[in-house]
Write a protein that binds this ligand. Structure first.
Ligand code: HEM
Length: 425
């Protein structure tokens, strides 16, 4: 322990070095911390890492230490990032409902800043006539009425407009915060990446829709749908954007506590646990991507039994396509089989992680996050099985899709809580 008196003897020696600190380095400088009870084995390193500014006021030397506690300004930025991540969450739900109600191919054109909503009867009829030129109407929806068309059009329009709203809610405050110098250099890079990802997501959405409008569907039994590769890319991109936004929001709003550990062995065990938590998070992501392939191929409508697939653990047609490799992304049976395996394996990892969390020394909130992850994981698998057994009804399937973001969020929270482990004892 470093006592106050020892601190006082250290201070004058290092003050001149820090007095020249420019005002630019004042990001996130906390109010003066209490200087008692600071655990510090290597004072030199401690000062280098934690002391950001010394200033003189009435001859008194003030110490300012960086802190994990969020500042008011960084909290505003944090709430903005949290809002953006929440809006991406809602966009994923809207996208899922749009797909499940088979509305995604109703708008056959795309404009970056927004399509005009038809207002008069004539405008609606013109819009409907455009849709009638494309395979989905010709092969599947020949009986569709104008009012049914209006419904699917509004669904797709809502999803697109929500995407644009995310762009605005991100961009306008970003410009303001940037101009006011509210971003650290690291956050500036991230904000640029978020902007690029949001733009890319819009383009990817249209690239996906285009694949369902192409004249590549022939015959009565050919179901016009978007490419499962593009659907999976669109969903994965949304998940990446969501992950990065939420992680950055946590940085500002819920900074990880620094764990205090007493021995090298405990530190090593906690590090291993952290690695395991990151692996589990990666598996959640992979399972979600595989789920997008299930959705893209309507593979939830084959083998609607669990745990066996038509009384077999491994169905006969699992490698029916040639070359063999395409089965993994194009054969509905294989795609569903993989998703089941990945889903249950991920649940196994989540359970093991929770069990290990009981035995490890972790930051306080990490225990709560591990509990939340366990709960979300089991809920997600129950929803997945229900989706399958009930032939993919929209409300259950949409809950299963949102559930995947819930699992991911709790995994992100857990790994974020484990961010600050000491480098050495
Ligand atoms: C951690 C476990 C799981 C995760 C993270 C997960 C995630 C996902 C995701 C993201 C989708 C795509 C939804 C969409 O784009 O609309 C999906 C679809 C699906 N999942 Fe899972 N899943 C998990 C476990 C399971 C399990 C165990 C089953 C059943 C055995 C299952 C059955 C399904 C089905 C049938 C679909 C297709 C639903 C549709 O067409 O909308 N999932 N899953």
């Amino acid at each position: 322990m470093l006592s106050v008196s020892r601190l006082c003897t250290l201070t004058p020696r290092i003050s001149s070095q820090f007095l020249n600190t420019s005002s630019k380095s004042l990001y996130k400088i906390s109010p003066i911390r209490r200087l008692t009870n600071i655990s510090c084995r290597k004072p030199q390193t401690f000062w280098q890492n934690n002391l950001k500014l010394l200033s003189k006021s009435n001859g008194t030397v003030l110490l300012r230490l960086t802190s994990n506690l969020p500042q008011k300004s960084s909290k505003t930025v944090g709430y903005w990032l949290l809002t953006c991540s929440g809006m991406v969450f809602v966009a994923v739900i809207l996208g899922g409902v749009t797909r499940l109600t088979e509305s995604g191919l109703s708008m056959v054109t795309w404009k970056l800043l927004g399509e005009k909503m038809p207002r008069t009867q004539q405008e609606w009829e013109e819009e409907f006539a455009k849709y009638q030129q494309y395979p989905e109407f010709k092969l599947k929806n020949r009986e569709m009425t104008l009012s049914e068309f209006k419904f699917i059009w509004h669904m797709e329009y809502g999803h697109r407009q929500w995407g644009r709203l995310i762009g605005a809610v991100f961009l306008i405050p970003a410009v303001y915060f940037w101009a006011r110098g509210r971003f650290t250099p690291a956050l500036k890079k991230r904000v640029l990446a978020f902007g690029a990802l949001i733009g890319l997501q819009g383009l990817m959405g249209w690239y996906m829709v285009k694949s369902g409008l192409e004249e590549r569907f022939h015959g009565e039994n050919d179901v016009p749908r978007v490419s499962q590769y593009r659907l999976a890319s669109h969903l994965s991109l949304a998940f990446v954007l969501y992950t990065l936004l939420l992680w950055s929001a946590f940085n500002e709003l819920l900074p990880a506590e620094t764990l205090r550990v007493s021995t090298d062995a405990v530190l090593k065990a906690t590090r291993k646990f952290r690695m395991f938590a990151h692996t589990t998070k990666g598996m959640v992501f992979l399972t979600a991507v595989s789920g997008a392939f299930v959705a893209g191929l309507d593979a939830g409508l084959v083998y609607n039994s669990f745990p066996k697939m038509a009384d077999k653990w491994i169905p006969d047609d699992i490698l029916a396509y040639t070359p063999k490799l395409v089965n993994f992304t194009e054969n509905p049976t294989t795609v569903q089989f993989n998703h089941r395996i990945l889903g249950t394996a991920t649940l196994g990892l989540i359970t093991a992680l929770w069990y290990l969390s009981r035995k490890r020394v972790l930051p306080r909130r990490a225990y709560i996050a591990a509990n939340a992850l366990l709960l979300a994981g089991y809920l997600q698998v129950v929803l997945g099985i229900t989706t399958l057994l009930t032939y993919v009804p929209t409300p259950v399937a949409a809950s299963h899709q949102s559930g995947s973001l819930l699992v991911l969020s709790t995994a992100i929270w857990l790994t974020h809580e484990l961010k600050r482990l000491p480098k050495a004892i």
